[in-house]
Ligand binder design. Structure first.
Ligand code: PGA
Length: 266
C-alpha cells in the first residue's frame, strides 16, 4: 500500500447480515454498482483499496464471487495466541486461511465489552507479526472543553501499542473513531476537526516511534461516514481513508463512498 496514491476504504459489517445469501447479494450488488459508476464517471478504481470486513464465516464465499477490481477482505477481531484451549477465539492463521489479509482490532464495540488496551496491544502485536494489515481503532468517549479527551486518546494510543516494536509497523493502520460519532443516532465530526486530529495522532506516533515509520502509517477516520460527507474527510490533509460501518451495508451507498474516494484521489 502506498499512501501517496492509494486511499483506503474499510467496510465494517459488524454482526450483519444474518445469512450468507444476503452477504453475497450485498457484495455482488456493491461490485456491480461500483463498476457502473466507475465506468460512467471514468474513475480510477486502482486509486482506492477497498476492504470488506464481514463476519469471518462469509469470507470464503464472497471471495469466490470476486473478480476484477481490487477488493480485500478483513476480519473484525483476532486472538493473540496461535492455537489451543481458547474457546470462541480466532487466530491469525485462521484469518489468513479464510482469505483475509486485514483485521480490525480494538473497535470501541469490543472495548465496551471489556477489551483493555493491554489486550489490544497483544492482538496488534500478534497480527502484525503474522503479516496482517492491522486496523487499530482508537477514539475518545466524549469531548470536554478542558481537552482531557486528548489525554485519554494519548493514553489509549500509547497503551494499545505498548508491545509493538517499530520494525513491525509497516502494516499498521490507525483508525480514529470518536465513540460519540459512531453508530445509530450519532453524527460525524467535521473535516477541520479531523484534520487537527489526524495531525495530533501522527504526532503521538512520532513521539512513540520516529518520523520515518510514523509517516508511513495510514490514518483513517471512522464514525457516521456516508456518501455525502466522505469527500470532505478524504480531501482533508492527513486523512488516508475511512472506516465505514452502517453505510457499508447498503451496497449502493457504499459504492458511492468508494467512488467518491477514488474521485478525490485523482
Ligand atoms: P458507523 O460505524 O459508520 O455506523 O458510525 C463505524 C464503525 O463502527 O466502525
Amino acid at each position: 500500500m502506498n499512501k501517496k496514491n492509494q486511499k483506503l476504504v474499510v467496510a465494517n459489517w459488524k454482526m450483519n447480515p444474518p445469512a450468507s445469501k444476503e452477504a453475497l447479494k450485498t457484495f455482488k450488488d456493491f461490485k456491480k454498482e461500483f463498476n457502473k459508476i466507475a465506468r460512467s464517471k471514468k474513475r480510477e478504481a486502482r486509486s482506492v483499496i477497498t476492504v470488506i470486513c464481514p463476519p469471518i464465516q462469509y469470507i470464503k464465499e464472497l471471495k469466490k464471487a470476486y473478480t476484477g477490481q481490487k477488493i480485500f477482505f478483513g476480519a473484525q477481531d483476532v486472538f493473540y495466541e496461535k492455537e489451543g484451549e481458547y474457546t470462541g477465539q480466532i487466530s491469525t492463521e485462521m484469518i489468513k486461511d479464510a482469505g483475509a489479509r486485514f483485521v480490525i482490532i480494538g473497535h470501541s464495540e469490543k472495548r465496551k465489552l471489556g477489551e483493555t488496551n493491554e489486550i489490544v496491544s497483544k492482538k496488534v502485536l500478534a497480527s502484525l507479526k503474522a503479516g496482517l494489515h492491522t486496523v487499530l481503532c482508537v477514539g475518545e468517549k466524549e469531548r470536554d472543553h478542558e481537552g482531557n479527551y486528548l489525554k485519554e486518546l494519548i493514553k489509549e494510543i500509547k497503551e494499545s501499542l505498548q508491545d509493538v516494536p517499530a520494525n513491525l509497523l509497516k502494516n499498521l493502520i490507525v483508525a480514529y473513531e470518536p465513540i460519540w460519532a459512531v453508530g445509530e443516532g450519532s453524527k460525524s465530526m467535521n473535516s477541520e476537526e479531523m484534520h487537527f486530529m489526524s495531525l495530533f495522532i501522527k504526532k503521538q506516533l512520532i513521539k512513540i516511534y520516529n518520523h520515518s515509520v510514523a509517516n508511513k502509517i495510514y490514518v483513517l477516520y471512522g464514525g457516521s461516514v456516508n456518501s455525502d460527507n466522505v469527500s470532505e474527510f478524504i480531501s482533508s490533509e492527513g486523512v488516508d481513508g475511512v472506516l465505514v460501518g452502517r453505510a457499508s451495508l447498503n451496497p449502493f451507498e457504499f459504492a458511492k463512498i468508494v467512488s467518491e474516494t477514488s474521485k478525490a484521489n485523482n
